[in-house]
Design a protein around this ligand. Sequence first.
Ligand SMILES: Cc1cc2nc3c(=O)[nH]c(=O)nc-3n(C[C@H](O)[C@H](O)[C@H](O)COP(=O)(O)O)c2cc1C
Length: 340
Amino acid sequence: MPNASWLALLEYARWAPSPHNMQPWLFQPLSDTECTLFYDPTRLLPGTNPTGSFMACGFGIMLECLDIAAAPRNQQVDVEFHTHELCSSDGAPVKYATLQLVPRTKPESLDRELILTRRTSRLPYDGRRISEKVYAELVAVAQAFGHQFEYSTDRAEVAWVVALNADTMFYDMSEPVACNEVAGWMRFSRKEARRKADGLAAYAMNANGLLMWLFAKANWLFRIPGIRQFTKAQYIKAMDGTRNVAWLSGPFFEKHDDWINSGRMLARLWLTMTKHGVYLHPFGSIITNAAAHAQMEEHFVNPNRKHPLWMLVRLGYSALPPKSYRLPMEHMLVQERVQS
Ligand SMILES: Cc1cc2nc3c(=O)[nH]c(=O)nc-3n(C[C@H](O)[C@H](O)[C@H](O)COP(=O)(O)O)c2cc1C
């Protein structure tokens, strides 16, 4: 019988963002204070992110959300990992970590309700700059985790980032490995998105379902000169009003613990934005695409930066974005079928 105290916390953690909304986590509450965390090896990105860095980052986000959710009870979630690798397979869930609910020793400044209101916004933004006061808070959040948050409101810089994201998307989708992997997580209709309750839904991507289907299944069409330029311009236009872009650097590329730490930081950064009514749109594919990543490193030169860049985003103010679905709680609870 699933433990009620964990279920109440998981109701928050399940709304954590994950790459392509893949929600690779599963839980097995064992007692009031102990829960086993599993990863689902069928919900990883072996083609576009073979190191597993981005999915581990997603786990870091989810674990931080769980910890924030436990704060009002004066508890925190301690984590002991059983493996530092996320290995893709079509097998059963794999034991990833043991979670312990223990008395809280650190203060919590973020309201856990922010976890439920946070969303990715791929809508047009309203052209407003984010204030220096809010930026200072975001810089401090990153710094607390040993990361650096840099930003720009320069129009040319913003246009460069938006164009790089569009180029990367068009390139990735013309390349079989990335296209097949991403296409498998695309949900073309509202009905499919609701039924599968995961993935990148056209309505959440601010995209037309039929166009998205053609883009994934008949990508050759979008390599025809004219059609390519037109659709890319439309894609860029859908990001009208973007006035703020930001990039993160920090220890990320080598160790599992760094990826988890980066995810924890990203969770707090994103929730801090939510607190200020600021939306975020991560451009993760610029990082997973080696050529785009190299261009980004070359473009954002800063001699004072100590670590590699690992995330590029646009951020700002938009209308309320549509909410992505999440898998039902029953799906996230492990009963049997477990690999130790
Ligand atoms: C590490 C990471 C990378 C992401 N990269 C992208 C990206 O490249 N493009 C994008 O549109 N969304 C990206 N997202 C956003 C997710 O797709 C989004 O969080 C997920 O679909 C759930 O939607 P929600 O944030 O509105 O709840 C990323 C999220 C995470 C955690």
